[in-house]
Ligand binder design. Structure first.
Ligand SMILES: Cc1cc2nc3c(=O)[nH]c(=O)nc-3n(C[C@H](O)[C@H](O)[C@H](O)COP(=O)(O)OP(=O)(O)OC[C@H]3O[C@@H](n4cnc5c(N)ncnc54)[C@H](O)[C@@H]3O)c2cc1C
Ligand code: SF4
Length: 598
């Protein structure tokens, strides 16, 4: 059985393995950075001995891949992560444990999921050791080839040819397999697709989950099935639909079970609950050629923020599209990294998403069963819809849903929504109350995640908002991305008719015409020069030496599919260009032209 799943590991260490050195922020250590954190001066300083070769900021897809590959190449690596560690048995059972699900440490919410509200978009993202992988729905899809022909990265490499091998490596490391558990929600999606004449486009998603062969029960534990015994033991999926609440069963291939696990095992130091607040070149070298000083605070502390300073020769920003963009804006504006391109924050993409759904009050089947995203269909060549679910009991998201309302955004749409609500209450009062009350929502609801591969983007800027002129914040600018996708609404109505339920939409989409997305991309896009983007095609930051961005912020086109596999594959490619530690010259700087691996 274990052999059935075994895949070859790409692990080929270039130096002797090292024991794990630091496990938590409070690990006792006599290293120099600890002494400095107790008050000794930091910069400027000559002939510094660096604490680490590389500091990676963020432990999501970009960060974990970077850490693993850099350790493999023989570098001393630290990973700074502002989120907490989440061993499976500590994860919340349902989304009603708001304080252990939601991340807003200022309000004592110390979970792993965050929502950020902007004028143009609501962004959902993860925050944990393992980044977005702890809360993500583990759908790992390859985008169509045409994405490499759009955006500023077009023509900077032979992307289609080069990326194929990196997608293969990423898929192997993340344990991608075709979903073997179709829940009632997936079968409903299939029937609706057939009724809409697009049944042939129905597919099972590719997921990063350890599953038993179809028809066999889950819940069986095996020694590491993925990395030839190097990885942790794993348990097969039971199809509880809980992936987005974090997998309590050890079946989801989160980064702390693969890339990050291996990085730590081979010597990377991971610092949880550690937020990076500053990155400055050492010895006042404007291009960072002497390395960098990275300042951190404890992200979950209210009073004693435990400020610390670390030095390194190179930095990898992997704090996600939103996180890296925000951090670099902060550092640019306070003159820590003034050379970062003025294109920072441009071309933020939302995958042109819309979240709608269907609720079937009193449904005889449990629609929460299956994996979080078990299947998908294409209702036309641009519009891709996936069947999504939360586990039974996780009903907190219901507060964002209401009766489906289409039409032109603005007051007209709000009026139509109020009219629909009123009619629904008058005609079916009991049914309407059952539709809108939260309890049982996850059991009775199938969420439809609609993504369009059409190019639409907004910009993020660092400004003082009119309502709070005392400090600068990240604010969104540009044309609003449409929240109303008529094809998606039509399809939801079809699913509702088939299931005997009612179609629902997200309240912010109706009231404020603000789409929600879990797939925020861009902000530090790959381009040929600082005039067009923030990093070159090897992810090196224009204006600096030995500085990289490896996360969703470098993606320069709308992918039209869930992005984590692409972020992983892009980072695999970026890491290939970095020489082994024994050959490092520490003179890596961006080139404004085509860069291809030899
Ligand atoms: C509910 C949900 C479901 C999703 N489902 C899917 C899916 O099925 N398939 C898919 O492909 N994608 C999915 N996504 C999206 C996916 O999670 C992201 O695209 C992906 O995690 C982005 O990877 P990244 O490397 O850019 O950054 P992330 O994985 O977001 O990691 C960035 C990390 O950096 C940390 N960080 C940020 N700022 C700092 C700082 N200053 N100091 C220290 N640390 C910092 C953050 O805490 C975070 O842990 C989902 C997202 C959500 C929210
Ligand atoms: S469906 Fe349940 S068991 Fe399977 S990966 Fe998701 S959370 Fe884990």
């Amino acid at each position: 059985m274990a052999l059935h799943y075994a895949s070859k590991t790409a692990l080929t260490p270039t130096r002797a393995l090292q024991p794990v050195r630091y496990c938590a922020v409070d690990s006792p250590s006599l290293s120099r950075y600890d002494r400095e954190s107790r008050g000794a001066p930091a910069v400027p300083r000559q002939n510094v001995n660096w604490d680490f070769d590389f500091i990676v900021i963020g432990s999501g897809f970009g960060g974990s891949v970077s850490a693993h590959r850099l350790v493999e190449k023989g570098y001393q690596v630290a990973v700074m992560e502002m989120g907490r560690r989440w061993p499976p048995d500590n994860l919340p059972r349902t989304s009603w444990s708001i304080h252990r699900w939601f991340w807003r440490p200022g309000l004592a919410l110390r979970g792993f999921f965050n929502m950020r509200f902007f004028r143009h978009v609501t962004i959902l993202h993860g925050c944990a050791v393992g980044g977005g992988s702890i809360t993500y729905a583990c759908t790992l899809l390859r985008p169509p080839d045409k994405v490499w022909d759009n955006g500023y990265w077009a023509g900077l490499a032979d992307w289609k040819a080069e990326m194929a091998q990196h997608y293969d490596t990423a898929s192997r490391m993340l344990g991608v397999t075709e979903n073997k558990i179709l829940g009632p929600g997936d079968l409903l999606l299939k029937r609706a697709a057939e009724a809409a004449g697009v049944g042939n486009t129905f597919y099972r998603t590719s997921v990063g989950i350890f599953q038993s062969p179809e028809g066999q029960p889950g819940g069986q534990t095996f020694p590491d099935p993925f990395f030839g015994g190097e990885g942790p033991e794993r348990t097969t999926c039971i199809g509880c639909g809980g992936c987005m609440m974090g997998c309590r069963h050890g079946a989801k291939n989160t980064l702390d079970q693969n890339y990050l696990y291996l990085a730590e095992k081979h010597g990377a130091a991971v610092f949880p609950e550690t937020r990076v607040v500053d990155v400055r070149p050492l010895n006042s070298q404007p291009d960072g050629s002497d390395g960098y000083e990275v300042s951190t605070v404890k992200s979950t502390a209210w009073l004693n923020r435990h400020p610390r300073r670390f030095t390194c020769r190179a930095v990898v920003f992997s704090a996600s599209s939103l996180g890296t963009t925000e951090l670099l804006f902060r550092l640019k504006s306070k003159d820590s990294l003034p050379r970062v391109s003025d294109r920072l924050g441009k071309h933020i993409r939302t995958n042109s998403e819309s979240l709608i759904g269907v609720r079937v009050p009193g449904c005889s089947e449990d629609l929460s069963k299956g994996v979080a995203i078990g299947s998908g269909v294409y209702v036309d060549k641009h519009t891709h819809i996936e069947a999504v679910r939360y586990p039974s009991g996780s009903d907190a998201m219901s507060v964002w849903t209401t009766i489906l309302t289409g039409g032109r955004p603005g007051p007209e749409r709000i009026a139509l929504w109020l009219k629909n609500l009123l009619f629904s209450f008058l005609r079916h009062p009991i049914r309407t109350v059952r539709l809108l009350q939260p309890f049982g929502w996850a059991r009775e609801c199938i969420i439809l995640l609609c993504m369009q591969a059409l190019d639409a983007h907004i910009d993020m800027c660092w400004e003082r908002p009119w309502f709070w002129p005392f400090r600068k914040f990240l604010v969104s600018r540009g044309e609003k991305v449409p929240t109303y996708i008529p094809q998606a609404n039509e399809f939801a109505e079809k699913v509702a008719r088939l299931a005997g339920g009612t179609a629902v939409s997200m309240i912010p989409e109706i009231l404020f015409n603000i789409p929600g997305t879990a797939h925020c991309l861009g902000g530090c896009v790959i381009a040929d020069s600082a005039e067009n983007g923030v990093v070159d095609s090897r992810h090196r930051v224009f204006g600096y030496k030995n500085m990289y961005v490896c996360d969703g912020s470098v993606v320069a086109a709308n992918l039209g599919v869930n992005p984590s596999l692409t972020i992983t594959a892009l980072t695999e490619r970026a890491m290939r260009f970095i020489p082994p530690a024994s050959e490092a010259t520490w003179d890596e700087q961006p080139k404004g032209k085509r860069c291809q691996i030899a």
